[in-house]
Design a protein around this ligand. Structure first.
Ligand code: SF4
Length: 325
């Protein structure tokens, strides 16, 4: 059984919104609200939900690109939340991020070589020769030719730029990567290539991933577990196979039913959710999904649902919904 690499307990990120001298007049945006999960060594957790559900904020809080408001983020037993800047810098070598938009995240003034060399220099990894060997190795892993090293990000296609983003995340040999919607900005044909590359890295390098996506179809084949977020909370989490076979939460069921099926004779019975995601500044009372839930009752207005484990045979399948009390 593999060991736990990342353990997140009761993580919260609340942003104060509006300028007011008095704290009581400020509104709170609960972007991440009491989220807990673990990721084992070499495993991948997919995190899915519509835009604005807090999944990217959660990924950034784990790496302390945002400071969490409350909670624990234990990486290999060390709580990252209370580390000093210099202690955190040492751990950054092990924890990396791949951004959604590779064009915005790569400096336009640096060559690909310099982009890959910079983290090795910052962390003083090996000798000059070893750094150059590492750069050549990651270029090969991500399928880019050595000639590309002297070129600039704007000279590449979106898919190639994302390969550079992945190479930069890999160059320090991290143990854990937050992949923040790494294929959302890419064409569908290129998406498959990048997903295959990430699946390869899981298998060959044993890297653990938090893979963030807004679409359940994207994470289906590369995640061991999947968590579904809605308005800052994890509403369902289960092993991938169980979640796709037998989704429990009404929101997960709606998301899954909306995945297109490539068969013109297939009659879709997609569950249509009413309205948009409510503002996190003014979330509904009780269950925050109740304004769009086809199964909402009076109780859902009054009470925040507890989290129930509905897994069979010792499997953990968590769902936050009164229907499973
Ligand atoms: Fe729907 Fe109520 Fe369950 Fe929330 S608690 S998902 S509103 S049935």
């Amino acid at each position: 059984m593999s060991e736990i690499l990342l353990e997140v307990n009761g993580l919260k990120k609340h942003f104060a919104v509006g300028k007011s001298f008095f704290k009581k007049n400020q509104k709170l945006c609960k972007a991440v609200d009491d989220v807990s999960f673990v990721i084992k060594q070499g495993k991948t957790l997919g995190l899915v939900g519509e835009s604005g559900c807090g999944k990217s904020t959660l990924g950034r809080c784990i790496l302390r690109l945002h400071e969490p408001t409350e909670g624990e983020v234990k990486f290999n037993g060390t709580d990252l939340v209370h580390l000093s800047a210099s202690e955190m810098k040492a751990l950054r070598k092990d924890t990396q991020i791949i951004f959604q938009d590779p064009f915005a995240s790569l400096s336009p003034r640096m060559t690909i070589h310099d982009i890959l060399r910079e983290p090795l220099d910052t962390h003083k990894v090996g000798t000059v020769e070893e750094r150059e060997a590492k750069i050549a190795e990651v270029m090969e892993i991500v399928g880019l030719r050595p000639q590309a090293l002297n070129r600039y990000p704007h000279e590449f296609s979106g898919g190639q730029r994302q390969r550079v983003g992945i190479a930069r995340a890999l160059v320090l040999e991290p143990r854990f990567i937050v992949a923040d919607e790494p294929v959302s900005a890419l064409d569908v044909s290129v998406q498959a290539q990048v997903l295959n590359l990430i699946a390869d890295l899981q298998e060959k390098k044993g890297i653990s991933f938090l893979f963030i996506a807004h679409d359940l179809a994207v994470v289906q084949h590369i995640c061991d577990d999947v968590g579904v977020m809605y308005l800052g909370r994890m509403v369902e989490k289960a092993p991938s196979e169980a979640l796709y076979r037998d989704p429990k939460h009404p929101y997960t069921r709606a998301l899954l039913s909306a995945i297109p099926v490539p068969d013109p004779t297939f009659k879709s019975d997609a569950i249509k959710l009413q309205g948009d995601v409510p503002s996190p500044l003014n979330p509904p009372s009780g269950c925050t999904f109740r304004t769009r839930c086809p199964e909402a009752t009076e109780r859902c207005k009054r009470e925040v649902p507890a989290v129930y484990n509905v897994g069979k045979n010792g499997e953990e399948h968590l769902v936050a919904c009164h229907l499973f009390e």
